[in-house]
Design a protein around this ligand. Sequence first.
Ligand code: GLU
Length: 348
Amino acid sequence: MRFAVKAVIFMLLGATLAFAKPTIYILATGGTIAGSGSGALDTSYTSGTVTVDKLIAAVPDINKIATIKGEQISNIGSQEMNNEVWFKLANRVNELLTSGKADGVVITHGTDTMEETAYFLNLVVKSDKPIVMVGAMRNSGSLSADGPLNIFNAVNVAMNKEAVGKGVMVVMNDEIHAAREVTKTNTTAVDTFKSPNSGKIGTVFYGNVKFYMNPTRKHTVNSAFDITKIKELPRVDIIYSHSNDNPDFVNLAVKNGAKGIINAGMGNGNPFPSALEALGEAVKAGVVVVRDSRVGSGETTLNGEVDDGKYGFLASDNLNAQKARVLLMLALTQTTDKAKIQELFLTH
Ligand code: GLU
């Protein structure tokens, strides 16, 4: 008899656990997804005016599939994104996931700098649970606003078992992209997010999640970085190259205390001759210089047309300049050893 009672209790417990809804936290930071204009066809609007509660209320279906909890981290256009919000966000995501309070996290964010925040979190959060970033290209009051379906899809990815271990993902326009690879490619189109070097890792169609690929570079639990050990980020500047360039921005960056420079060079990371010499002088002054490219896809190769050995430059592999900046800032919190930093670029 006692055995029968125990068996029933065990089965009921099992059934409850099997049907228990996952807990997904939605952390809101602002952006167009939380933006509003004066009319459905109004092309001017203000980012970051709608609160997290209203964002959640616009997608009632997510409450049927998950226990949803919302938190407002900031409410800004993501062109205002800064280290303070990054640290607040990273620490909160880390705490929610490592404490077991959340099974997954969705972060609403402006699209302008979503890729930078995604890569930063990808490198510093110590959990393999799903972390999904989402935004919108049309504000909440506009005709065919894309935010609500993007949020529904993001929550479905955040609670999907196959999303575990894939690092930070960006879900937009029915596609799932890996943080390291994704970039905004169009100023206004809803299909703006692409992963030019590797393609998307999955799709999500009205909540139906399918993965086709895994990110291979180190992230989250395997990354060399840990948000609980980082207190501040050093200054790293991005300097864009062009025809008939000059050395002035390089010299100014060094004068103003940059500890690192990412050069978004022409083609395979080629600077204009006078800028090249200034970058070489920057290295002599102790600045870590990483050659990158303004092209938008492809690898910047070591010792291509530039003698990196002679100048002491590093190369960014195939990270775009804004992501190379994130990695170099983090690398410089640990070391100024160029060989070690180059290795981080080849593995993260
Ligand atoms: N500048 C805004 C932002 O990044 C608008 C872009 C968007 O969210 O789509 O927050």
